[in-house]
Design a protein around this ligand. Structure first.
Ligand code: PEP
Ligand code: MG
Length: 551
C-alpha cells in the first residue's frame, strides 16, 4: 500500500515534512477470533495521518539511537501499541553507495547514480508482486495491440492485462506493470518464466503512468516509484548456499517451461524434467490462430510450428520427461492473432469453449498437435509426453486416446499419457479416469482453485481470497493423490501453487510423485522438498524405534 511519509531532521529532531497518503482498507484485529481481518476504512478516516507528531518524533529518536549503536544507517521495522514502540527488526541500509548494481540488469547503459533510498520517494502505484526483481525504465502504455511497436528493449510495459499475443513484446520489456490480474494471470505466468519483474493488479497503472515517464519498478515489494532510485534487495532466491547438485530429492522437482527460446536456461536449473509445456506461447509467437491454420488447410504448417518449438525444449531436456499440454485456448485471449477475430464471443471464456472440449469439437486442431508429438518421437525425442487440459468426462479421455492411436501413438506404451486435474469434476471421477488408463495426472491448481472456490483467477478485486491452500482445494488434491496411488498412476502438479513452499511441503507429505515450479522457484522448492523428506524419514525411523514423540 501507499504509506504516509514523514521526514525528520536527525540533527534538530524537527519534523521536516509530512505526506499523508490515503488508504482504502486495512487489517484489523477481530476481537472475537483474535485474527487479522481486512476491513474498509471509513471515508472520513481514509486521509487521516497515521502517526501523531509525538509518535513520529519518538520513532525518529529511536532510529537515531539504533543508527549510532550500529554506526550505520538502519532500515527499521517497528510496531506501536498503546504509546509503546516495539522495534521488531533492524538492518543496515547497504544500498546507499553501491546502488547501481541493484537496478535493472537490462538498463546498464543509463548509469546515472541512484543513491537515494525509497523512503522519500513517490510511489506512483502499487499492486501484487507477480515476478520478483527491480527495474528502471521508460513507461510505454499499451492500450491496444496497434501500440505494441512503441515498446523498445528496456522499456516498462504498462497495460491493462497482457495476453499471449504480447509475448514477443514482453520479452523486450525491462518490467511489466498491469492494472488487472492476479498471481496466476497471463502476465504473472509469463514474466516469471522470463525472469522479468512484474507487478499485476494495480487497478490504475494505465491511468497514472504516462508514456516516457521514468519509473523504478520494485516488483519485490509491489511498488512503482517515480524516477530512478535505489531499492534495497533482499537476498535473491538464486543466491542459495547449497548448489543444485548437492540437493537430492525423492520427489521429482520439475520446471514449467513454455518458451523454446528459454529452454537452455531452464534446463540449466537441473530440474528433473518439464511438468508443463504450454504450446499457446509458441502459437502466439507465430502470429496465427490454430483454428485459422486448420480452416485454411495449413495443418502441416501448424504441425511444423509445434515440432520446432516443442523440439527445442525436448532436446534441452533430453533423457528427462517433458509433458506437453494440448492447446488450451480461451476465446478471448487470441483475438489479435490472424484469424482470432473469427473466434466466438463468450460471456465467460474461462469456463467456455477451450481446452479438450474445443479440441474434440475441432478434431483437426487436436490431431495436428498429436501428429507433431508423433514426429518428435520419430526424431528420437521419446521423452515427450502428452496431457489433456480441463478434463471433466472419461469419454473425453477415451476419444483423445483414439485420436492418438490414429496418428500412430499408443497411449501409455509409445507415449506417456496423462490428464490435468483442474476441475472439481476430474477430482470426483478420478477413479474412473485411472481405470480408463492414464500414466499420470497433473494438478492445474490455477483452474482447480478458481472452480472450487468460485473465484475468477484474473479478478484482482477478489485476489486476496484466491488461495490454493484452502482446505477444499487441499482436500481434493489429497483425495486424488490417494486414488492415484491405488491405481499406480503418477501424480504431479503444474499450477502456480507448485512454486509455493507451503504447498510443496503438503504435497510431499501426501506422497505426490513430482512437483513443477517456475524457473525462479525450482531451487527453493528443491530445498523444501529435501527438507520435508528428511523430516518424514526421521519421523518414521523414530516411530520404528518406538520413541515417544516429543511435545
Ligand atoms: C492451471 O490451471 O493450473 C494450469 C496450469 O493451466 P493454466 O494456468 O494454463 O490455465
Ligand atoms: Mg488451467
Amino acid at each position: 500500500m501507499n504509506p504516509d511519509l514523514y521526514i525528520v531532521d536527525k540533527g534538530s529532531m524537527k519534523i521536516k515534512s509530512i505526506k499523508v497518503n490515503s488508504q482504502d482498507w486495512g487489517y484489523f484485529r477481530d476481537l472475537n477470533t483474535g485474527r487479522s481481518v481486512q476491513r474498509d476504512i471509513p471515508k472520513e478516516k481514509k486521509h487521516v495521518q497515521k502517526l501523531s507528531d509525538a509518535e513520529i518524533t519518538k520513532l525518529a529518536e529511536l532510529a537515531v539511537k539504533v543508527e549510532s549503536h550500529y554506526q550505520k544507517p538502519q532500515d527499521l521495522e517497528w510496531a506501536i501499541e498503546k504509546d509503546r514502540i516495539y522495534l521488531v527488526q533492524t538492518r543496515a541500509v547497504t544500498t546507499l553507495k553501491d546502488a547501481p548494481a541493484q537496478v535493472s540488469q537490462i538498463d546498464t547503459a543509463a548509469s546515472a547514480q541512484p543513491v537515494e533510498s525509497t523512503a522519500d520517494k513517490k510511489v506512483l502505484t502499487s499492486g501484487i508482486s507477480a515476478s520478483p526483481g527491480i527495474a528502471f525504465g521508460k513507461v510505454k502504455v499499451v492500450n491496444d495491440m496497434n501500440q505494441l511497436d512503441k515498446v523498445l528493449k528496456g522499456d516498462i510495459l504498462v497495460t491493462k492485462m497482457t495476453n499471449p499475443d504480447m509475448v514477443p513484446v514482453m520479452e523486450r520489456a525491462a518490467a511489466i506493470v498491469t492494472s488487472d490480474g492476479g498471481i496466476t494471470c497471463h502476465a504473472a505466468i509469463v514474466s516469471r518464466e522470463m525472469g522479468i519483474p512484474c507487478i499485476v493488479g494495480t487497478e490504475n497503472a494505465t491511468e497514472v503512468l504516462k508514456d516516457d515517464m521514468e519509473i523504478t519498478v520494485d516488483a519485490n515489494n509491489g511498488q512503482v516509484y517515480e524516477g530512478r532510485i535505489a531499492v534495497e534487495q533482499s537476498a535473491k532466491p538464486q543466491a542459495a548456499a547449497v548448489s543444485e547438485q548437492e540437493i537430492i530429492t525423492g520427489t521429482e522437482v520439475k520446471i514449467i517451461a513454455d518458451l523454446p527460446q528459454l529452454a537452455e536456461k531452464n534446463a540449466a536449473t537441473g530440474a528433473d524434467g518439464v511438468g508443463l509445456v504450454r504450446i499457446e506461447f509458441m502459437i502466439a509467437n507465430s502470429g496465427m490462430h490454430p483454428a485459422k491454420y486448420i480452416h485454411d488447410g495449413k495443418d502441416e504448417e501448424y504441425i511444423r510450428l509445434l515440432v520446432d518449438g516443442i523440439g527445442g525444449i525436448a532436446r534441452a531436456f533430453a533423457g528427462k520427461p517433458v509433458w506437453v499440454r494440448t492447446s488450451d485456448i480461451r476465446t478471448d485471449e487470441y483475438r489479435n492473432l490472424k484469424g482470432g477475430d473469427e473466434e466466438p464471443h463468450e460471456a465467460n471464456p474461462m469456463m467456455g469453449w477451450h481446452a479438450i472440449r474445443r479440441g474434440l469439437d475441432e478434431p483437426r486442431i487436436l490431431k495436428a498437435e498429436f501428429a507433431a508429438l508423433k514426429r518428435l518421437h520419430e526424431q528420437g525425442l521419446a521423452n515427450v509426453g502428452v496431457m489433456l487440459p480441463f478434463i471433466i468426462n472419461v469419454d473425453e479421455v477415451r476419444q483423445a486416446k483414439q485420436m492418438l492411436r490414429e496418428v500412430g501413438l499408443e497411449p501409455g506404451k509409445d507415449i506417456e499419457f496423462g490428464v490435468m486435474v483442474e476441475t472439481p469434476a476430474a477430482c470426483w471421477i478420478i477413479e474412473d479416469l485411472c481405470r480408463e488408463g492414464i500414466d499420470f495426472v497433473s494438478f492445474g491448481t490455477n483452474d482447480l482453485t478458481q472452480l472450487t472456490l468460485g473465484i475468477d483467477r484474473d479478478n484482482q478485486k477478489i485476489a486476496h481470497l484466491f488461495s490454493e491452500l484452502h482446505p477444499a482445494v487441499l482436500g481434493e488434491i489429497q483425495m486424488v493423490v490417494q486414488a492415484c496411488k491405488r491405481y499406480g498412476v503418477k501424480s504431479s502438479i503444474c499450477g502456480q501453487a507448485g512454486s509455493n513452499p507451503k504447498m510443496a511441503e503438503f504435497l510431499v507429505k501426501i506422497g505426490i510423485d513430482s512437483i513443477s515450479a517456475n524457473a525462479d522457484a525450482v531451487h527453493k522448492i528443491r530445498e523444501v522438498v529435501a527438507h520435508t523428506e528428511k523430516k518424514l524419514v526421521l519421523e518414521a525411523y523414530r516411530n520404528k524405534l518406538g520413541f515417544v514423540k516429543r511435545k
